[in-house]
Design a protein around this ligand. Structure first.
Ligand SMILES: NC(=O)c1ccc[n+]([C@@H]2O[C@H](COP(=O)([O-])OP(=O)(O)OC[C@H]3O[C@@H](n4cnc5c(N)ncnc54)[C@H](OP(=O)(O)O)[C@@H]3O)[C@@H](O)[C@H]2O)c1
Length: 248
């Protein structure tokens, strides 16, 4: 087991399950101390903490924080600094989607999607990223989506707009924090997580015909790419990287 990243710390927002949990596992496997963030699934977050500490002998801190709330993000970062001194990598992964037909869409849902996906990313990029910039060291990886680049699923037009916004934030924060903090975005295509559990089976089959690799990604596959871009790479900056198996 390689432990070359021992002593480094990552915060992965929304890491109680799905892509975030797989990413927490991957970073811990590489020797990182991990901050797991959740908003409602306390048990899942704590189970993951116990699992990672047992498997990889790293320090894991669990913090409840709604990333859309600026004060909660400030409190979360204060707790991280108290525990670990500093943060090396920030992965902005927390996100929600509320799929519905155009007729059923509600402005309240749209606002909540923007608050979590877009304002949440802004809050952490501003509060934590600014400190990284002052310390002249750090890496930020924002999870956007191919939906924020190519619109092909009107049921999630509100979500798509939020992810286009995350891409825009990535460019602006990369400019703001250069040359000390690299800011990039991974844009996954379809991934097998709870977010897609309501999808109709026939729709999934049809979508797979439009993926060159023929299937949805597993969260672990996205985690590997997140780690590569956020940690191993030295020259990815201001980049929006599609990880979608190739769309046709
Ligand atoms: N799945 C896909 O096909 C896909 C494709 C492209 C991009 N993405 C993006 O990848 C990211 C992860 O997606 P996923 O599929 O892994 O989602 P998921 O399984 O639904 O998990 C979402 C995670 O976000 C957390 N979360 C939700 N609202 C939050 C808030 N206000 N503050 C803090 N944490 C919050 C959840 O915490 P709790 O467990 O406590 O609720 C959970 O840990 C999202 O940004 C999503 O938009 C997903």
């Amino acid at each position: 087991m390689t432990n070359s990243y021992s002593g480094k710390t990552v915060l992965i927002t929304g890491s109680s399950r799905g892509i975030g949990a797989a990413t927490a596992d991957y970073f811990a496997q590489k020797g990182f101390n991990v901050v797991i963030n959740y908003v409602s699934n306390k048990d899942k977050a704590n189970d993951l903490k116990n699992e990672l500490e047992f498997k990889y002998n790293v320090k894991v801190l669990v913090i409840k924080c709604d990333v859309s709330n600026e004060e909660e993000v400030k409190a979360m970062y204060k707790q991280i600094k108290k525990e670990f001194g500093k943060l090396d990598v920030l992965v902005n992964n927390a996100g929600i989607a509320i799929d519905s037909t155009l007729e059923d869409k509600k402005v309240e849902d749209f606002k909540r999607i923007l608050e979590v996906n877009l304002i949440g990313t802004y809050n952490t990029c501003k509060i934590i990223g600014m400190d990284m910039f002052k310390k002249k060291s750090g890496s930020i990886l924002n999870i956007s989506s191919t939906n924020g680049i190519d619109s092909f699923y009107p049921y999630s037009m509100d979500y798509d707009a939020s992810k286009a916004g995350v891409i825009s934030l990535t460019h602006n924060f990369a400019l703001s924090y250069a040359p000390y903090v690299r800011v990039n975005s991974i844009a996954p295509g379809w991934v097998n997580t709870e977010m897609n559990k309501e999808l109709d089976e026939d729709y999934v089959k049809e979508e797979c015909k439009h993926i060159l690799l023929g299937k949805f990604a597993e969260p672990e596959q996205i985690a590997m790419e997140i780690f590569h871009v956020a940690v191993e790479s030295t020259y990815f900056n201001d980049a929006i990287i599609k990880v979608d198996g190739g769309r046709c």
